[in-house]
Design a protein around this ligand. Structure first.
Ligand SMILES: [Ca+2]
Ligand SMILES: [Ca+2]
Length: 243
């Protein structure tokens, strides 16, 4: 998965009044332009981000279960090009953690886009939330490429994105990271072949993106070694297994 990585900055509560004023201004502007989303939902402390809790406790829980800057979050999520995006194929799902492991990150550290950094704080473990994030709080005018080569799943410049996020867990200590390399390397010989790629994607009901192997295979030997793999992996190579 290409994480929703970006630059970061954690906002401070002292901006509360200013943000509230900006939120009201944004809501009025949206009403004037007939935005697809109910203007009232843009009111509050996170102007520019549509946030709607769809299940779970929302904002009410013990402090240790609340997502705040400095806490580690484990989430499932899916991301789409939003239906009101100015660019991209509206409704296209560009990424999802469904059927795989959670995406784990440190809130407030800048590991994720500003739309998440601003949209997730205050929510509780077990909450499902929809976030609609404007491009300036997502990937802006640069967009994002998942595979370092053109792909239909690339996020184009100036795209508005929609995420459905489930906060599976909140912790003061890090969760174990996913190890995608070992999940794909079925025979555990320390390299990923085209056949293993196809088997992995088939398990998830998808096709291998064109040129995926070629884009990772830096030494052009027809396989992706641990050192070449750019996805989530352990911090050292898996042990070699004689076949
Ligand atoms: Ca292998
Ligand atoms: Ca290689």
């Amino acid at each position: 998965m290409a994480n929703p990585c970006c630059d970061r900055t954690c906002r401070c509560c002292t901006l509360l009044l200013k943000l509230l004023v900006l939120g009201i201004a944004a809501a009025l502007a949206l009403q004037a332009t007939g935005n697809l989303y109910a203007a009232k939902r843009w009111l509050g402390l996170r102007p520019g981000i549509f946030r709607n809790v769809t299940a779970g406790p929302g904002l009410t829980c013990d402090e240790e279960e609340k997502a705040v800057a400095g806490k580690h979050l484990a989430v499932y999520y899916s991301g789409w090009i939003d239906r009101q995006s100015a660019t991209g194929e509206r409704g296209l799902m560009f990424d999802t953690t469904k059927l795989s492991q959670t995406f784990n990150f440190l809130l407030g550290s800048g590991m994720v886009i500003q739309g998440w950094e601003r949209g997730l704080p205050g929510l509780c473990k077990g909450t499902r939330v929809t976030l609609v994030v404007p491009p300036e709080l997502a990937y802006g005018s640069r967009g994002y490429s998942f595979y370092h080569i053109p792909s239909p799943r690339d996020i184009p410049a100036d795209a508005t994105l929609r995420f459905d996020v489930e906060i599976v867990n909140v912790s003061s200590t890090p969760f174990p990271g996913p190890d995608m390399f070992s999940q794909i390397d079925l025979n555990l010989n320390g390299e990923i072949t085209q056949d293993e790629l196809e088997a992995f994607f088939e398990r998830h009901g998808k096709e291998v993106p064109d040129d995926f192997l070629a884009s990772e295979d830096e030494n052009k030997d027809g396989a992706i070694q641990w050192e070449e793999f750019s996805g989530p992996k352990r911090h050292r190579p898996p042990p070699k297994v004689e076949l």
